[in-house]
Design a protein around this ligand. Structure first.
Ligand SMILES: Cc1cc2nc3c(=O)[nH]c(=O)nc-3n(C[C@H](O)[C@H](O)[C@H](O)COP(=O)(O)O)c2cc1C
Length: 254
């Protein structure tokens, strides 16, 4: 069983690829976020978590979901995260959550994929060459991960912590989450065609359309995935002033 989240499709691609290779069921976390079900795994079934890195860590709502998750029969547990560059202390964060549940993480991998974070100066999507290179390498990395999972390999980690991992995860991340994980700066420019795609695609169902003009209005359940920004057909959705002139990216089947 694989629980996953994805804003722009990178982590969805990873989750689906593993799911197809192992024959495991894939569950999109927002679909079961408020459920209090207990999931029962069959003999030998692996339990996996796949998610994007947000500010050198696991997205807060995914961490909360895992902490609350009720599972029976989990003997082999793993995670795969996707990132644009580096993951900071994500391994330690996930292992701590697991420890508090009496679990042991057997495999943890970070897969570098095209960057989706664009909301601060200096951050933009990757150029097409880098995007292509990352996707090619990700395919190879996934084959390696799947082989390890098929063998139930233990103590298998490749985590891409990057430089200053502690500083990023323990000091910058809390500030980032407090100040920059809010939907308040989202707005549309005059190029908005009022198509409603943003509202339809928001994984948290956090965007409503105004009755008069069908202009998007963001609510307070935003998790900062930027799916609305990246999927907008006219690049009309902006986050404050820092996304002006920046690119869009969504995973497309290769
Ligand atoms: C809010 C936010 C924060 C991010 N923070 C990081 C980060 O700290 N390190 C990194 O390498 N990539 C970061 N990224 C990039 C994503 O982790 C990466 O592009 C990921 O593959 C996106 O996955 P998705 O398409 O499944 O949403 C961030 C993206 C977003 C939207």
């Amino acid at each position: 069983m694989i629980f996953y989240f994805s804003g722009s499709g990178n982590s969805e691609y990873v989750a689906n690829t593993i799911s197809e290779a192992l024959g495991d069921k894939c569950i999109f976390i927002p679909d079961v976020l408020t459920s209090s079900d207990t999931y029962e795994l069959s003999d030998g079934e692996r339990l996996g978590f796949v998610f994007p890195i947000y500010a050198w860590g696991i997205p807060d709502f995914v961490a909360d979901f895992i902490s609350r998750l009720s599972i029976k029969g989990a003997s082999y547990i793993y995670y795969v995260c996707t990132c644009g560059d580096d993951t900071g202390k994500t391994k330690e964060q996930v292992c701590n959550i697991a420890k508090s549940k009496g679990w042991n993480i057997s495999l943890g991998y970070a897969v570098k994929m095209p960057n989706t974070y664009v909301c601060l100066p200096g951050f933009d999507v990757d150029d097409k060459n880098l995007e292509k290179r990352k996707l090619t390498n990700a395919r190879v990395k996934l084959e390696e991960i799947i082989l390890h999972l098929k063998n139930y390999d233990k103590n298998c980690f490749e985590t891409l912590p990057g430089n200053f991992a502690w500083l990023k995860s323990a000091v910058i991340r809390p500030m980032f989450n407090k100040c920059l994980m809010t939907a308040t700066p989202f707005h549309t420019t005059e190029s908005c065609i009022h198509c409603g795609k943003c509202a339809k695609e928001c994984p948290m169902q956090n965007i409503k359309l105004s009755e008069e003009t069908s202009t998007p209005i963001w609510g307070d359940k935003c998790v900062g995935c930027l799916r609305c920004y990246h999927l907008c057909p006219t690049n009309s959705i902006q986050y404050g002033t820092f996304t002006k002139g920046k690119g869009q990216y969504c995973y497309k089947k290769q």
